[in-house]
Design a protein around this ligand. Structure first.
Ligand code: GDD
Ligand code: MG
Length: 324
């Protein structure tokens, strides 16, 4: 089976970081968001196809230099085609069925079990569903007693939401779903295509545990916390010569002797945190420099950001090269 991963979208809610770094390559809990998504795939996947758009070349360059367990191919769009248009554009040669993954979600879902459930029940698709309080930002499914989806509404008003089970952005679809997408124009798969497929049998695969869409600063930091709690944080502990609680995911070549750390921090390659500085619940991207006695809390710092000595930074999102 192959996997089609939707990697377009501008990441507007994570600006200014996403002016230079696509959302999917922001490191959380020690690796880019996209790589946490790919971790969910079973080992025997034949090929991963990334439907890219915004910053396609950056993503292509990254996956070539940081290989994953499967062959990866990127298929860029000249202009944004939406989720359905991106699927159609990248769908040539897709397996039947195939995995469809959003690239901005973290989850405790078992995709192997979802594939088995799909094979057992048949139908054109099986969507992973997670129960949330506030359904407004998501696609929401109504289910019958057999787990078949009877209605699907994208981003409904609360009074129109048919349940609290939302599309987790992880699914198995047969090629029939691709055939249903008109070519050559932007298409929302969730709004224009999924409702029409329900008569052919689309099932819900409900899971519990953790899930988040990491599309805003708060949610990105929340996703990082969930991954750390789930033990998916890669190299843990605190950097050499530093102190505090952590966990800190220290990627190659970052230094923090004499600094202190609270929980849930990622230090991307080349980060320097000087002595006396303190960092908690934050993401420090490549070559960030936090000078002596500065404090960084609940913040996302893009590449090459500099935090001056003694400065206190709280709940900030700073783009490439900014000085604070
Ligand atoms: N190739 C391509 N082209 N990909 C795109 C495009 C595009 O034009 N627009 C968005 N994407 C990708 C995003 O990178 C993301 O991985 C996925 O498609 C979904 O887009 P979002 O913009 O993040 O959508 P959303 O979060 O509002 O809603 C979607 O995800 C929810 C779960 O997080 C929907 O699938 C909802 O039904 C779902 O509940
Ligand atoms: Mg999203």
């Amino acid at each position: 089976m192959k996997a089609l991963v939707l990697v377009g979208g501008f990441g507007t809610r994570l600006r200014p970081v996403t002016y230079t770094v696509p959302k999917q390559l922001i490191p959380i809990a020690g690796k880019p968001l996209l790589y946490h998504v790919l971790d969910l795939l079973p080992d025997d996947v034949e090929e991963v196809v990334l439907a890219t758009g915004y910053k396609a070349d950056v993503i292509d360059g990254y996956v070539r230099t940081h290989p994953v367990r499967w062959p990866v191919r990127t298929v860029p769009e000249a202009e944004p085609l939406g989720t359905g248009g991106g699927m159609k554009n990248a769908g040539d040669g897709m397996s039947d069925p195939f995995f469809l993954l959003n690239s901005d979600v973290i989850a405790s879902a078992d995709l192997e079990a979802m594939r088995t459930a799909h094979a057992a029940r048949g139908g054109v698709g099986t969507m992973a569903l997670f129960e949330v309080e506030d359904t407004r930002p998501y696609g929401v499914a109504a289910l019958d007693a057999q787990g078949r989806i009877t209605a699907f509404v994208e981003k409904p008003e609360p009074e129109d939401a048919p349940s609290r089970w939302i599309n987790a952005g992880l699914a198995v679809w047969s090629r029939t779903a691709l055939d249903a997408i008109p070519p050559g124009r932007p298409v929302s798969f969730e709004r224009e295509i999924v409702p029409g497929l329900l008569t052919q049998g689309v099932y819900g695969y409900r899971f519990t545990g953790y899930w988040d869409d990491a599309g805003t600063p708060d949610r990105l930091l929340n996703a990082q916390r969930l991954l750390f709690e789930a033990g998916r944080g890669g190299k843990l502990g605190i950097p050499r010569g530093a102190f505090g609680t952590g966990p800190v995911a220290t990627m190659d070549g970052s230094r923090a002797a004499g600094a202190s750390f609270g929980p849930n921090v990622t230090l991307a390659p080349g980060v320097t945190v000087e002595a006396g500085a303190h960092v908690a619940n934050s993401i420090l991207m490549d070559d960030v420099r936090v000078e002596r006695d500065a404090t960084v809390t609940d913040s996302i710092l893009g590449p090459r950001v500099r935090v001056r000595a003694g400065h206190r930074l709280v709940r900030q999102v700073l783009g490439d090269g900014a000085e604070a």
